[in-house]
Design a protein around this ligand. Structure first.
Ligand code: ADP
Ligand code: MG
Length: 163
């Protein structure tokens, strides 16, 4: 299954991230982490999307293009009273990871940062920019978002799953 979105301003791409984050928070915890792989062109809007995504998760810190940082962890604040009613107290995601593979050359560099542990914790939401660079170590079922530059202000974002 694939869904396509066209956005015509950075704000729209952020909004899409925010909406999808709120959907993510509603999903039941699974065996491993909820993983989003972001692929595609430089300037495609991956970091912009994650700024909105972080906002949707209730993260107050700013999401930057982590030029020198490969992995950053943010705390997801507790469930709102409404979410507790819906999902039961004690459930829910705890950590949000922002990983950027732009500077890595081999998947091993990510594995050395404890990647396997990070993706095996069901309470983690893990987002990965330049996910195509670590394709080999991404589990089947990873949500893949592909970002394409259409023109200066237009981006095409295709959502699917890794087989
Ligand atoms: P990436 O992380 O994929 O390299 P960024 O999110 O860092 O991309 O950069 C996207 C750039 O494109 C930003 O400078 C942003 O202002 C610009 N831009 C223009 N139109 C859009 C749009 N529709 N969606 C997202 N970014 C856009
Ligand atoms: Mg980026």
């Amino acid at each position: 299954m694939r869904v396509k979105y066209l956005t015509t301003a950075p704000r729209q791409t952020q909004k899409l991230g925010e909406i999808l984050a709120k959907e993510a928070l509603k999903t039941k915890l699974k065996k491993g982490a909820l993983i989003l792989g972001l692929e595609g062109d430089l300037g495609g809007g991956k970091t912009t999307f994650l700024q909105g995504f972080a906002k949707g998760l209730g993260t107050k810190e700013k999401i930057l293009s982590p030029t020198f940082i490969i992995l950053k962890r943010f705390k997801i604040k507790g469930l709102t009273p409404h979410q507790k009613l819906r999902f039961g107290a004690g459930q829910g995601f705890k950590n949000f990871y922002h990983i950027d593979c732009y500077r890595i050359e081999k998947p091993k560099e990510i594995l050395d940062l404890g990647f396997k542990e990070v993706i095996s914790n069901p309470k983690n939401i893990v987002t990965i920019e330049w996910a195509e660079r670590i394709q080999k170590i991404l589990p089947a079922g990873t949500i893949i978002l592909k970002f394409e530059l259409i023109n200066q202000k237009t981006r095409k974002i295709t959502v699917g799953f890794k087989k």
